[in-house]
Design a protein around this ligand. Structure first.
Ligand SMILES: [Zn+2]
Length: 312
């Protein structure tokens, strides 16, 4: 099995200020750990290209894309950081990072559909799953996974794709974009209540939301995934699977209060891969979302990648 690893130095340059948990060091921690463990050698390292804005418009309104571009290019010109949301700040490097993060997801989708690689992981920032059709929020500007899923459907002609979101926070942006699009099945598990406080009632019949209370641990999470996700994923028979891979449900992560560990991420990835192998010719594109405890993030990403690349 070959697995591509998409990233770009522009994604590192996006900086929301000292002390912000969604920091450039997240990508350093992942890269360092892959090199230290030799996992980098087993992956096909690729540079993320910038997204074509027409692709971004498959998930966002053209008006939002124009406003976002104006805002971020303005920040680049003035050189002064500016908040777009109480949690989300743009710096002069943000526009390029946003383009590369979404571009990675689209390029990974093409590479997997064209069978250049079996699967792909996008180690990108900013993350995307809180970005709605017309709003930046929660550290997110463009919804990388939703853009890639729509690219697979609208441009590459796939009929059914699944989105799996295991970030500790509800993927409200992805839900906002794909609710009612019956070509997409979204399954997610997230702590509730927790930011953005949505998800307890799904917005569409094409989504399986599994809210779990604080302090839920791996064994219970696995049971719920088995019972709530698996039958629906198998019945849906996705032709490709997109993953919003957030690692902030880890017990070391201070942004949530769930108790997952590396072995749980390995198990979840195995279950996703089983579905992909049964129905989707193994096609998986996974994009980094949250994960803020740097050591836990790096080890959890490695566990995820070892299953994707079948490295045992
Ligand atoms: Zn999160």
């Amino acid at each position: 099995m070959s697995t591509a690893f998409y990233s770009h130095s522009d994604c590192r340059a996006h900086d929301m200020g000292q002390g912000h948990p969604e920091c450039p060091q997240r990508l350093d921690a992942i890269g360092d750990h892959l090199r230290a463990t030799g996992l980098d050698i087993a992956l096909e390292m690729r540079d993320a290209p910038p997204v074509d804005l027409h692709d971004a418009e498959r998930a966002h309104s053209s008006r939002y894309i124009a406003e976002l571009r104006h805002f971020l290019e303005g920040v680049k010109q003035t050189g002064r950081p500016r908040a777009i949301d109480p949690d989300t700040t743009a710096c002069p490097a943000t526009w390029e990072a946003v383009l590369r993060a979404a571009g990675a997801a689209v390029a990974a989708t093409d590479a997997v559909i064209d069978r250049e690689v079996d699967s792909a992981f996008c180690a990108v920032r900013p993350p995307g799953h809180h970005a709605t059709r017309d709003q930046a929020m929660g550290f997110c500007f463009l919804n990388n996974v939703a853009i890639a899923a729509r690219h697979a459907l609208d441009v590459r002609g796939l009929q059914r794709v699944a989105i799996v979101d295991f970030d500790v926070h509800h993927g409200n942006g992805t839900e906002d974009i794909i609710a009612g699009d019956e070509r997409v099945l979204m399954v997610s598990i997230f702590q509730h209540p927790l930011y953005p406080y949505s998800g307890a009632v799904p917005k569409g019949t094409n989504m399986i939301n599994v809210p779990v209370p604080p302090y839920t641990r791996g064994p219970e999470v696995r049971e719920m995934i088995e019972a709530m996700w698996m039958p629906r994923l198998d019945a849906f028979r996705p032709e490709m699977i997109f993953v919003s891979a957030g690692f902030d449900a880890h017990r070391d992560d201070e942004l949530g209060q769930l108790g997952l560990v590396e072995a749980d991420y390995e198990w979840i990835t195995r279950r996703i891969k089983d579905v992909a192998d049964r129905h989707a010719q193994g096609r998986i594109v996974s994009c980094l979302e949250g994960g803020y405890a740097l050591g836990a993030l790096a080890r959890s990403v490695a566990a995820h990648l070892r299953v994707l690349a079948e490295l045992g």
